[in-house]
Design a protein around this ligand. Structure first.
Ligand code: ZN
Length: 67
C-alpha cells in the first residue's frame, strides 16, 4: 500500500496495510472532521456538475423544465 497525503494537514502517512489507515485519505479522525466542516461551511465551491449545460438559461425559454 503506497503512502498517502492527508488533504487536511498535508502530512504524509506511511501505511503497511489497510487496517493501519482507518481514516484514509485523512491521517486522523480529527482531520476527517475538519474536512467535513469545510464542506458544511461552504469553503469548497460547488463543482460545475451542479449546473449542467442542458439547464443553461435560454432567453426564449427561461424555464427548461416546461419543455
Ligand atoms: Zn491530517
Amino acid at each position: 500500500m503506497p503512502n498517502y497525503e492527508c488533504p487536511t494537514c498535508k502530512k504524509t502517512i506511511a501505511v503497511d496495510k489497510k487496517e493501519d489507515a482507518p481514516f484514509r485519505p485523512f491521517c486522523t479522525k480529527r482531520c476527517k472532521m475538519i474536512d467535513l466542516g469545510r464542506w458544511l461551511d461552504g469553503t469548497y465551491t460547488i463543482t460545475e456538475e451542479a449546473n449542467p449545460p442542458q439547464f443553461s438559461r435560454d432567453p426564449d425559454n427561461p424555464d427548461p423544465s416546461s419543455i
